[in-house]
Design a protein around this ligand. Structure first.
Ligand SMILES: NC(=O)c1ccc[n+]([C@@H]2O[C@H](COP(=O)([O-])OP(=O)(O)OC[C@H]3O[C@@H](n4cnc5c(N)ncnc54)[C@H](OP(=O)(O)O)[C@@H]3O)[C@@H](O)[C@H]2O)c1
Length: 218
């Protein structure tokens, strides 16, 4: 697959702006969109993520090689499946009932990304970036081979998409740990031992395999 060049981020909050800064610093073109017109987030981006360009969701999705979902999960139904079909999409969203409100489809066994993939049928969805805090996104990035390089887990049903996202994660300053199909994203959602764990690749791989739920879903 060709190297991604343009990264689109849906959401300009804590996660969206932190990611926009890190992704821009890594040399990508960065576009950001929210539900508001681009002119309404231009000043915010100038201050919070200089270099990132405001856009409409439609244009951003059309032009980007990777689209990152950094909006509240409660808004996932506003994402338009027809626009995202065929696109490589990173789902960084988590279900957090105290802020999202209680949403029945996220209260069951399935990982939130499985529900999102169900809505975005046709998108090449990869879950990642959800298990580290927004304040750590830039702070914990490290160059290749650094002894404190942190691992980021990813999962998705499209192996080629996972491969591209792994390369992207690597370039941003994290060691990618490929957990396999989207079902495996149950291993690093809210409430799992992986969530918030600051580990390198070896420890993260061990932690993933120690989680009892892993055996249950393999
Ligand atoms: N906070 C964390 O440490 C953390 C860590 C990992 C993952 N996450 C997940 O990342 C997502 C974003 O979290 P956050 O803390 O960045 O939230 P946030 O600060 O509340 O920001 C949410 C952003 O999404 C925008 N938005 C709302 N509806 C949208 C839509 N329909 N399309 C595009 N953008 C839309 C909001 O724009 P308006 O301001 O105009 O509404 C805002 O810019 C959540 O799903 C969260 O669970 C959070």
């Amino acid at each position: 697959m060709p190297e991604p060049k343009i990264i689109g981020i849906l959401g300009a909050g804590r996660v969206g702006t932190a990611l926009a800064r890190l992704v821009f610093a890594a040399g990508y073109e960065v576009r950001v969109a929210t539900a508001r017109p681009p002119a309404e987030i231009a000043l915010l981006l100038e201050i919070m993520a200089p270099g990132a360009l405001p856009d409409t969701a439609e244009a951003l999705i059309a032009d980007s090689d990777i689209v990152i979902l950094a909006l509240p999960l409660s808004k996932y139904r506003s994402l338009r499946p027809e626009l995202l079909a065929g696109k490589i999409v990173i789902d960084a969203m988590n279900y957090w009932a105290p802020t999202d409100g209680s949403i029945p489809e996220f209260e069951g066994e399935a990982a939130s990304s499985e529900v999102v993939q169900g809505h975005l049928a046709g998108a090449r969805l990869v879950r990642s970036f959800n298990h580290l805090g927004y304040h750590e996104i830039e702070q914990r990035a490290r160059p290749h081979g650094h002894p404190e390089r942190r691992a980021l887990v990813l999962a998705g049903d499209d192996a080629e998409a996972r491969n591209m996202v792994a390369g992207f994660i690597d370039r941003l300053g994290y060691d990618p740990v490929d957990a396999g199909g989207l079902l495996a994203s149950r291993r690093f959602g809210v409430g799992t031992p992986v969530f918030g764990a600051d580990f390198g690749r070896r420890e993260m791989t061990e932690l993933l395999s120690r989680d009892h739920r892993v055996a249950a879903i393999q």
